[in-house]
Ligand binder design. Sequence first.
Ligand code: MOS
Length: 726
Amino acid sequence: MDMSQPIGPTPLDAKPDGLVGRGIDRIEGRLKVTGAAPYAYETRELRNPAYGMVVEAGIAKGRIRAIDVAAARRAPGVIHVMTHENAPRQGQKKEQVGPVLKGPEILHFGQPIAFVVAETFEQARAAAALVKVDYERAEGAFDLRAAMPSAIVPKQVASPPDSSLGDFDAAFATAPVKLDVEYTTPVQTHAMMEPHATIAGWEGDRVTLYTANQMLNRGQVSLASVLDLPVENVRLVSKYIGGGFGAKLQPQADAVFAALAARVIGRPVKVALTRQQEFHGSTRRTDTIQRVRLGSDAAGRLSAIAHESWSDTTTGDEFYETSANVTRSLYAAPNRLTRHRLAHLNLPLSSAMRAPGEAVGQLAFECAMDELAETLGLDPIELRVRNEPEEDPEKKVPFSTRQLVPCMREGARRFGWDKRGAPGATRDGPWLVGLGMSAAARLNPLQPSSASLRLEGDGTLTVRMAMTDIGTGTYTILAQIAGEMLGLPVERIRIELGDTLYPKAAGSGGSWGAGSAGSALYVACDALRRQLAERAGLDPAAASFAEGRISAGGRSLTLADLAGDGIDVTGEIKPGDLNKKYSQYSYGAHFAEVGVDVDTGEVRLRRMLGVFTGGRILNAKTARSQAIGGMIFGVGAALTEEVVIDGRFGTFVNHDLAEYHVPVHADIPAIDAIFLPELDDKANPLKSKGLGELGICGAGAAVANAVHNATGHRIRDYPLTLDKVL
Ligand code: MOS
């Protein structure tokens, strides 16, 4: 089915207290905590693999004059050393996945320049250290601010890079109250626990990659292009994934190298990027410079909104951070302007990182709103309420659902927002205490997805799709959807994901995973319900499914009896035109309380609450975990996370998790997330909306606004480390 009209009543509506929504434990949880769930690097399907190690460039710009691999070749256990001088011929770049070792040119520090394959990991690593390179160095560009004048209008991706409505300049010039501020956010890294890893092996001209990847079907197409193979000759398998956050949306160098080298040596090759290589040799979140201008009347009604964002990526790539996209939908104002500009630097490739666009966009915009509220002497929630739009202010279409105001009101009530004092006025021993809030919004996309079902003769059900579970709970929510639709307990359902041999699925990205894959499964289950009713001679509209039985009009049969030798069905979901007729976002509101040490400037989060709406909640526990995980990500962005660029060499100074500070348990006190009831009948048949990235959106801004409330000082350069706070 496609989403071309709102979904009417469904079987899921009929049982609001059913299996869907219940906070059941992850069905694969035991496998994971007992170490029985094989991650890419641990897969034993391909026997006797050799070990690969990537060698990275030691300069940020220039070329390789000579590369000497003689010592590496002679080192114990070495099977093969690949450089640009002997790399196999490769095909075309697709999306952000390109051929490796294309030539002697170096575009950024950490660019892979060689690949060493040996009998053991230690031998590969030791030999990699013996590769000697003679570089011809050139002057690199590493500074976004310096590159602003040369920044270009990026190519249109999903939406245009610029938008304007009315006459911003005129409206801003005459606005009684004006704000013109610039925020900066640093380079960040995905920092997922499991690094990129692949084991690749060939059978004839077919390659199988056990690899850590979020979107298998897109990865399959990209790798087929780079390896110059028909798509069907490339199989990706990714059953368990230790986090992605965008870093694994697309295959990285590990996958390309493993496939190339395995073919050369005629034996499977396994490789994982080291943690340090993750920083330089994988992708990153770009730094941004964002200018926000707001014009309003004295009562806080916005007449003019402008949000401009500059970001950067490696020379030759087109990825840009869509920081201002969400601003197009968030608040009413007749005169509007958004702009994105892209600079090309000699830094690693930028890519999507959790809530690309919104995450850093709201770090700037939601603080600017706080600043305007402060200027007006207005409560920040009240300012937002006064600018609540009736319809999408730029697309001029209705919102499918929008409960931003109820989220703010409910959060304020629960958090004790009325206790918020004036800036710098609340003291608790050595701590200055402050409260801050932010709105949260994240686009809700639907992606094409398909699923197959097999009802076995014993009444068990097997679900197959090339979907992934990156730690988010996909296995579990899919079992809940199938269980609810067919009246089966989750113990009788097998969910098989993570293999491109299964029906094509959306993968995990862009907050679309659960909605897209879950909807494909819903459609398949719906088809199976009709087939079963037909076999039973029952009216499909009247039939109910519970406890392994189908029942209607006083008759009841078991699914096992009806299954015979088994029944196979498939289901498919596609976006229709409803996503154009309605503005579709998930919404929320964050509330944070911080303490700022008066002597050291140290900021400690004291408590935090997120109130969200995301349509139907598929599993209360995994949804809450997603939201809290996102909020913690936001706390990191506000307070600690920053990749520091060495402006002399274009290197990342803090390229490990000892120096790049993601929040740890000690940083995160009482933190909670709740969901308000909602069904979105324009989104998908589940009436659910994306949650994976909603939690991070605005979370850091709430923390930064709390720091301002605590201290009376506004810091516009993230993260808010103590050197800036003091
Ligand atoms: Mo997300 S940045 O689409 O994994």
